[in-house]
Ligand binder design. Structure first.
Ligand SMILES: Nc1ncnc2c1ncn2[C@@H]1O[C@H](COP(=O)(O)OP(=O)(O)OP(=O)(O)O)[C@@H](O)[C@H]1O
Ligand SMILES: [Mg+2]
Length: 500
């Protein structure tokens, strides 16, 4: 195969160089030189190199304009095409995509090694192949490995799965799921052009290799070039592309940031490797909201959707000291989640504080509010906090639940069964209102909860009564805890029992 000497282009000042420099000889910027595809021997550039803004614009222009002269026109005169969506086979995946896979769109699916990216996409491909043509490009695993997985997953599906190759399908039968085990970008592009599938899955973009670039597969230049070439082709022929992307040690999607700008949606597949559930989120989505959450469970025969995730994150043992239930909202989806806390006297000079599933700074802040406004001497105690089920709860609506879990562990109290707490804590100890409260209350009522402690002024007394929920409104964290527990946790139990 002919080798072309690489050229390097500065991403800041566009200076070109035949040699790689850590520092651009033109503008002096560090790490700005990126390898670029050299022109082919016949003088024609096979592809237009890395995805500059112009190249991205061209690709989108091609997709929208379909060959028409690209001139500006009044926005109201622009022809509208209804946004079609392909069902991915998983309602949870469709929800995260904003309603399904959009033809011609590029979706990047990232996740830790072994989390189940290939499983998710192969299962989805299997279902999609029943209604449209799908090409699965495996650049990491051999065709045999993919077939073994497909057999294992296929047995989940009661309907017979489509055959993988034409020979298997009985020679020349129209088949919808094609498998290509290839790492060479050129061959992948040729196959895409020849088949023109409705959906193509590239597993993974880091394993693809453009022979025109001398850098190793997975390098910044390779990933950029491969993704840009695939995008141009996909937009031109309306193929929806699902790219699998690796995640670095720091938890970021490997490859250049420009890859995230280039694609239409970035999904992350995450989960605790020791727990069976997996969470799918959209970090970026040009065709839907990014706050949605999809929940799956990894079983020995593949991924199964969890349509009622609240049950996954609720403890089954009932109320105990140090536990509190909150209603977190992931997008438009309310989730009941159990928080667990352990407060014990410290044997260290400075007490230990650890939080799993909640930001440690948030815990520090809540402990400081409790110490200041309830007078609890928490600075002499270690405090451990965990969200059951390994979920990450980022929203401040969990604050009141954290406070209740800490206080009940500290005072060895138990919240009455069927109580949920929702509210954000201000630094002055006041409770702040939270969004989507009605939705949260509906979910709590649906799962059999009967009491809800919420910030004052919710205006939801009527609807809570209809749901059969006792609504306890409070203006401060102290009031909320008294309402929830029926006793004042700020009062010292020794003096309280003496008074009794
Ligand atoms: N034979 C098997 N029986 C049961 N579970 C399996 C089997 N093979 C794989 N798994 C499950 O599937 C997971 C791996 O899935 P998959 O290969 O889809 O992950 P991945 O994210 O694509 O990984 P990679 O980053 O290595 O490509 C394993 O962690 C395991 O839980
Ligand atoms: Mg894989």
């Amino acid at each position: 195969m002919p080798r072309h000497s690489p050229s390097y282009v500065c991403q800041t000042c566009a200076a070109q160089s035949r040699q790689f420099f850590g520092r651009c000889p033109g503008c002096g910027g560090w790490n700005t030189l990126i390898e670029q595809a050299a022109p082919a021997a016949d003088g024609r550039r096979r592809r237009q190199g890395p995805p500059t803004g112009e190249a991205i614009g061209e690709a989108i222009g091609e997709a929208i304009g379909r060959g028409k002269p690209r001139r500006s026109q009044p926005i109201h005169a622009v022809g509208e095409r209804p946004l079609q969506r392909l069902a991915s086979g998983f309602a949870e995946l469709d929800r995260v995509l904003g309603g399904g896979l959009v033809p011609g769109s590029l979706v990047l699916v990232g996740g830790d090694p072994g989390i189940g990216k290939s499983t998710l996409l192969l299962q989805s491909a299997q279902v999609m192949a029943q209604s449209c043509s799908v090409l699965y490009v495996s650049a990491e695993e051999s065709a045999q490995q993919v077939k073994l997985r497909w057999r294992r997953l296929g047995s989940l599906d009661p309907s017979p799965a489509p055959a993988l190759t034409a020979e298997e399908a009985g020679g020349g039968e129209p088949i919808n799921l094609q498998l290509l085990a290839e790492t060479d970008l050129e061959l992948v592009l040729q196959e895409l052009e020849a088949l023109r599938p409705a959906v193509a899955i590239i597993d993974s973009i880091q394993a693809l290799h453009d022979a025109e670039l001398s850098s190793a597969p997975g390098s910044v230049a390779q990933v950029r070039d491969c993704a840009a070439a695939l995008q141009r082709l996909a937009k031109r022929q309306d193929t929806a592309l699902l790219l699998v992307g690796h995640v670095t040690k720091e938890g970021m999607l490997a490859g250049p940031k420009v890859l995230e700008h280039l694609v239409d949606a970035v999904l992350t597949f995450e989960g605790d490797r020791f727990a069976s559930h997996r969470l799918l989120r959209a970090v970026k989505n040009r065709f839907g909201a990014t706050a949605e959450l999809g929940v799956f469970e990894m079983r020995d025969r593949g991924l199964a959707e969890v349509s009622n995730p609240s049950e996954l994150f609720l403890g089954s043992d009932g109320p105990a000291a140090g536990t509190a239930t909150i209603v977190a909202c992931e997008g438009t989806r309310p989730l009941l989640v159990e928080l667990q806390s352990l407060v014990s006297s410290t044997s260290y000079a400075s007490p230990r504080r650890t939080a799993t599933g909640i930001g440690i700074n948030r815990l520090h802040q809540i402990l400081a509010v409790l110490e200041k406004h309830l007078g609890l001497p928490l600075s002499r105690f270690d405090c451990y906090l965990a969200v059951a089920g390994g979920l990450d709860v980022e929203e401040p609506a969990a604050d009141l639940g954290v406070a209740a879990a800490v206080v009940t562990s500290f005072r060895d109290l138990t919240l009455p069964a069927g109580t949920v707490l929702v509210g954000e804590l201000g630094l002055g100890g006041q409770l702040r209102p939270v969004g989507q409260l009605e939705l949260r209350l509906q979910e709590a009522a649906r799962l059999g909860f009967r009491r809800a402690v919420v910030p004052r002024g919710s205006g939801l007394g009527g609807s809570a009564a209809e749901l059969g929920l006792e609504l306890l409104e409070a203006g401060t964290v102290a009031e909320a805890l008294v309402a929830a527990l029926g006793v004042d946790p700020a009062a010292d139990p020794a003096t309280q029992s003496a008074a009794d």
